[in-house]
Design a protein around this ligand. Structure first.
Ligand code: TYM
Length: 333
């Protein structure tokens, strides 16, 4: 069987959190050995869809690259690049917009959440965000998209865009599959476990950052919201405890049932301590690796340059074919 072509993107911020790590970054690292190729992109073009500062953006791109490398991405075994270095993404966005329904973009949960009440002030880029995301993936004819659960609707839309393109212009693009992890696809905020962990929409105390100091991590887990019972089991009416069980299972590399039986009869205090220690240990290599890698921006630029070159070689021919199918330039079809 042929290997999957894996593609995923991540926003450039230094404030990557445990949800990003468990839901996505962990899957990228695992995907390097399965994918041929495995392609990972720091999506700086997506980042301009909300208010931002250009100087800060550059810093955050390096932060994110250093986090990914420290987490175990190896530029020899994957393609790691910066989205804006590969022009195919922006060109394909425009081309795909012709087969994207305005109504579909209007229905995107993430758009609705981010727009908030001031719809008229939101940038057109925020509205277009899912089309750029579709272009990211379809430009590589990727077959698998490893993401957290919150990106499900975006992946569904890119599948629909690929199908519509193929129907309208002939078989050209690949309809990719969503890949969410079995455990940890949706890590919840520790303070408000009905909400997903997020640096923009979550609480500060409920969001554990990948680069956070061990003591800060311990504090956050210490004050994690549970419930008024004692039972350490996964259940719909126990979102706080369920979330902690998932986190511990992933951090230890065990499974949820094992965690439940180990902590049967234990108190929440001891349980939360165990989760905190496991997470501290889980993230320590990333924090240490980051401290080593982040200062060398020239090396990070070398990684980006090599990655972009490989990415262009894959994406340019696909976009050329899309152009031709759509009636641009001379045809050889
Ligand atoms: P970003 O940077 O916001 O999130 C990166 C990844 O982290 C996952 N994630 C979570 N997983 C579990 N629990 C959580 N609480 C949690 N919060 C975030 C996200 O699902 C994501 O996989 N739109 C994408 C970036 C993107 C992309 C792409 C992804 C741009 N182009 C093409 C895949 C393919 C995003 O919001 O990333």
């Amino acid at each position: 069987m042929s290997k999957p072509i894996i593609f995923s993107g991540i926003q450039p911020t230094g404030r990557k959190h445990l949800g990003n790590y468990i839901g996505a970054i962990r899957q990228y690292v695992e995907g390097q050995d399965r994918g041929d190729p495995a392609i990972f992109c720091i999506v700086d073009l997506h980042a301009i869809s909300v208010a931002y500062d250009p100087v800060e953006l550059r810093e955050r791109i390096y932060d994110t690259a250093a986090i990914l490398l420290a987490a175990g991405l190896d530029p020899e075994r994957c393609i790691l690049f910066r989205q804006s270095d590969v022009r195919a993404h922006t060109e394909l966005t425009w081309l795909l917009s012709s087969v994207t329904a305005h109504g579909d973009l209007n229905r995107m949960h993430q758009f609705k959440e981010k727009v908030g009440k001031d719809r008229d002030l939101a940038s057109a880029a925020l509205f277009y965000y899912p089309v750029l995301m579709a272009a990211d993936v379809l430009a590589y004819r990727a077959t698998e998209v490893p993401v957290g659960d919150d990106q499900r609707q975006h992946v569904e839309l890119m599948r629909e865009i690929a199908r519509r393109f193929n129907e309208r212009f002939g078989e050209t693009l690949v309809v990719p599959e969503l890949l969410v992890p079995k455990v940890g696809a949706r890590i919840m905020d520790l303070q408000e476990p009905e909400r997903k962990m997020s640096t923009t929409g979550g609480t500060q105390n409920g969001t554990v950052l990948v680069l956070e100091e061990p003591d800060a991590i311990r504090k956050k887990f210490g004050s994690a919201v549970t419930d008024s019972e004692r039972e350490i089991v996964r259940r719909e009416d126990k979102p706080g405890v369920t979330n902690l069980i998932d986190i511990l299972a992933v951090a230890r590399g065990s499974d949820q049932a094992e965690v439940e039986s180990e902590f049967e009869g234990a108190g929440y205090g001891d349980f939360k301590k165990a989760v905190a220690e496991a997470v501290v240990e889980y993230l320590a290599p990333v924090r240490e690796g980051y401290a080593e890698l982040r200062p060398d921006e020239a090396e990070l630029e070398r990684v980006f340059a090599a990655g972009a070159e490989k990415a262009r070689k894959l994406a340019d021919p696909v976009v050329a074919e899309v152009r031709e199918r759509m009636g641009f330039g001379r045809t050889s079809l």
